[in-house]
Design a protein around this ligand. Structure first.
Ligand code: SF4
Ligand code: ZN
Ligand code: ZN
Length: 316
């Protein structure tokens, strides 16, 4: 089959736009599409230094490469961030993730920082998983948010971009509908402004499909890790997997299904939920680290985990 824009052989079919594209036209099309999303949702308004969180997977590495181009045009500095979470489980997941992230930062010649949480905070996510009665992904997510915010303050970063794609968002929205968790849904913001001592966060790939970031990374020969985190299966169990499979089946039957679900949620549903359910949290400063914590709490949740892990490790 020929590309819709030239005589070259097509590499990918974009069913929801009814086009088929060759490798170079797909690269151009995706970059323009992401740039339009960034513009439409005013993601870089007021940004001077943009931190990109890179785990080494196809989404975050594609995000880094595309955002570097967009930021260069706008005179915005890019800063790479990778967190070595200490997830090993016989697969060396975190060390591979860091190695790949560094390769990408150096390829693009961007400044970067690697935070090894074992060295910096005295515990790994593998150790927390074994010792703390809390779902591992909740501890991990909390740690990532804390570290990213802390690096932002240290490095003068005013905006942080993460690689969540349309499939991730569609799954989150569907799970929220299924469980009726309106408060959680009201917090699903693709542009979260800086507030309460937290840096602004953006998701430039929120309208980009997983298949598109994968194709982009393969065409551009971007190094990325193929393995998923060994804890992935714990994220939501069978229901979450079934919801994701169901969304993919719906996408096959109705091209653009996930995109419409996510875009309509962003434009029409979330603002209504936000008005009714998004709580304006009052914050105070953690007595240990000085980072924001919920009002009425002396120490932040991350310091609480850190203290617990320190105690556990000192008696073992
Ligand atoms: Fe962390 Fe869970 Fe994601 Fe693994 S799957 S990186 S443990 S949040
Ligand atoms: Zn073409
Ligand atoms: Zn703290």
């Amino acid at each position: 089959m020929k590309c819709s824009k030239c005589d070259n052989e097509a590499s990918i079919r974009i069913a929801y736009s009814n086009i088929i594209l060759c490798a170079s036209h797909f690269v151009e099309w995706l970059e323009q599409r992401i740039e339009r999303t960034v513009e439409k949702y005013k993601m870089l308004e007021g940004t001077r230094k943009l931190g990109i969180a890179v785990s080494g997977g196809k989404d975050s590495t594609t995000l880094l490469h595309v955002m570097k181009k967009i930021a260069d045009k706008k005179g915005i500095e890019i800063f790479g961030i990778n967190i070595d979470l200490g997830i090993d489980q016989g697969k060396s997941y975190s060390s591979k993730s860091t190695e790949i992230a560094v390769k990408n930062f150096e390829m693009l010649n961007v400044n970067y920082r690697i935070v090894n949480i074992a060295k910096e905070y005295g515990f790994t996510i593998d150790e927390a998983k074994e010792n703390i009665h809390r779902p591992v992904c909740s501890t991990c997510g909390l740690s990532k948010r804390y570290v990213m915010n802390w690096i932002a303050l240290e490095e003068g970063i005013d905006t942080i971009a993460t690689g969540h794609n349309v499939n991730d968002n569609a799954q989150f929205i569907s799970m929220g509908y299924l469980t009726g968790d309106v408060e959680n849904l009201s917090r699903l913001r693709n542009v979260a402004p800086a507030e309460n001592g937290l840096v602004k966060k953006i998701k430039p790939l929120f309208l980009t499909y997983e298949k598109e970031t994968l194709t982009y990374a393969l065409i551009k020969r971007i190094p990325f890790i193929i393995d998923s985190c060994p804890n992935t299966f714990r994220v939501g169990g069978r229901t979450q997997d079934a919801v994701r499979r169901n969304l993919e089946e719906m996408e096959d039957k109705i091209p653009g299904y996930m995109l419409n679900l996510v875009e309509n949620f962003e434009r029409k549903i979330r603002p209504a939920l936000e008005e009714k359910y998004l709580k304006k949290e009052e914050v105070s400063k953690c007595k240990i680290c000085g980072m924001p914590t919920s009002k009425g709490r002396d120490i932040c949740s991350f310091c609480a985990i850190r203290i617990k892990m320190k105690k556990i490790k000192s008696v073992t």
